[in-house]
Design a protein around this ligand. Structure first.
Ligand SMILES: CC(C)(COP(=O)(O)OP(=O)(O)OC[C@H]1O[C@@H](n2cnc3c(N)ncnc32)[C@H](O)[C@@H]1OP(=O)(O)O)[C@@H](O)C(=O)NCCC(=O)NCCS
Length: 155
């Protein structure tokens, strides 16, 4: 767990708890047209308790990130979202920096993620964190949209 003070508010980046999952679902519904079902969110919480993290702003869950490790040295960010009213206040950056630190400590050499081709805001966000575009994956999403694969090599 790690605390940050931003605009006089304490922001805690911490592991998700079972009672936070409702808030995670609510953020998902506001941010994505294809949210994960609650059953999958629950399974990810059970299977990856340390990579499923939230940004807690004074007791309010205002953002979340789900990161998993594959083949022992690839970190995969499955999802990240910040409540719309809290966007552009660095919560997304704090969540990504936390998971990147955790991945690094666990021996991850490369962080991967996919982002909708139309989601230029998120692509800008990832580029600011140092991610590089690694090509397009056609028909990646159920509605037929392509994904842009992005990667961040770790030292
Ligand atoms: C993408 C997302 C997680 C970013 O979280 P955030 O807390 O708003 O981002 P931050 O405040 O940490 O942004 C850091 C920097 O990233 C860039 N950035 C973030 N959002 C951006 C946007 N919509 N457009 C352009 N640049 C953006 C900016 O450079 C920003 O710095 P600035 O505000 O000083 O200009 C958030 O916008 C979100 O939840 N979006 C909806 C869900 C989503 O698209 N998730 C990603 C799916 S792959």
């Amino acid at each position: 767990m790690r605390d940050f003070v931003v605009a006089q508010q304490v922001i805690t980046i911490r592991e998700v708890k079972a009672e936070d999952l409702k808030s995670v679902m609510s953020i998902q519904y506001k941010c994505f047209k294809d949210p994960y079902p609650l059953s999958l969110i629950r399974r990810l919480h059970i299977m990856h308790p340390d990579g499923f993290i939230v940004a807690d702003v004074g007791g309010i869950v205002a953002g979340y990130l789900i990161g998993v490790i594959r083949w022992s040295n690839i970190g995969h960010v499955l999802a990240i979202a910040v409540e719309p009213a809290f966007q552009r206040q660095r919560l997304g950056t704090l969540l990504m920096n936390y998971i990147i630190d955790l991945f690094r400590k666990k021996g991850v050499k490369l962080v991967r993620l996919e982002v909708r081709k139309s989601n230029l805001g998120a692509q800008q966000f990832y580029k600011k964190l140092g991610f590089l575009e690694r090509g397009e994956m056609p028909f990646y999403y159920e509605d037929g949209e392509s994904a842009i694969a992005m990667e961040l090599p770790l030292e």
